[in-house]
Design a protein around this ligand. Structure first.
Ligand SMILES: [Zn+2]
Ligand SMILES: [Zn+2]
Length: 137
């Protein structure tokens, strides 16, 4: 590493405190870097593990996180928390391809999240919204 002293001051920060203030990154990019996805570790519905490399992780705009199977077959592309649709969660590179940005620099969240509504409530919520395209909800 070219600037070990400078990097050391950011060790231990969470992904959201990640400032991006290392040598190659201009100050004005701070807002972008603090918007890194949390990369939550599991499906909120079935609790399946969804590591940062998972190709079947789906997220809504609030990063409510589900596996593809639950998103498609149980939720019908309706987020039970916000009513929005899902998209594929991008994979954060395991290898540091640019200084300071990879999955070992901005660590994934370790906080498992679980459904906050009863299943019958979720089923009714999804049934009422599934036929409306996300862009019209
Ligand atoms: Zn699931
Ligand atoms: Zn949501």
């Amino acid at each position: 590493m070219k600037h070990p002293g400078r990097m050391a001051q950011f060790e231990g920060n969470s992904a959201f405190a990640f400032s991006g203030r290392f040598a190659m990154m201009p100050e004005q990019s701070n807002d972008e870097t603090t918007m890194a996805l949390q990369l939550r570790p599991n499906c909120e519905y079935c609790d399946k593990d969804l590591p940062p490399s998972a190709t079947d992780a789906r997220i809504c705009s609030y990063e409510c996180t589900f596996c593809a199977d639950c998103a498609d077959t149980r939720l019908h592309n309706v987020c039970p928390n916000c009513g929005g649709g899902f998209e594929r969660r991008p994979i954060r590179p395991a290898t540091e391809r640019r200084p300071g940005v990879c999955v070992t620099k901005q660590l994934p969240s370790d906080k498992r999240v679980h459904l906050k509504y009863p299943l019958d409530d979720i089923a009714a919520h999804c049934a009422s919204l599934r036929d409306i395209p996300p862009q019209e909800r």
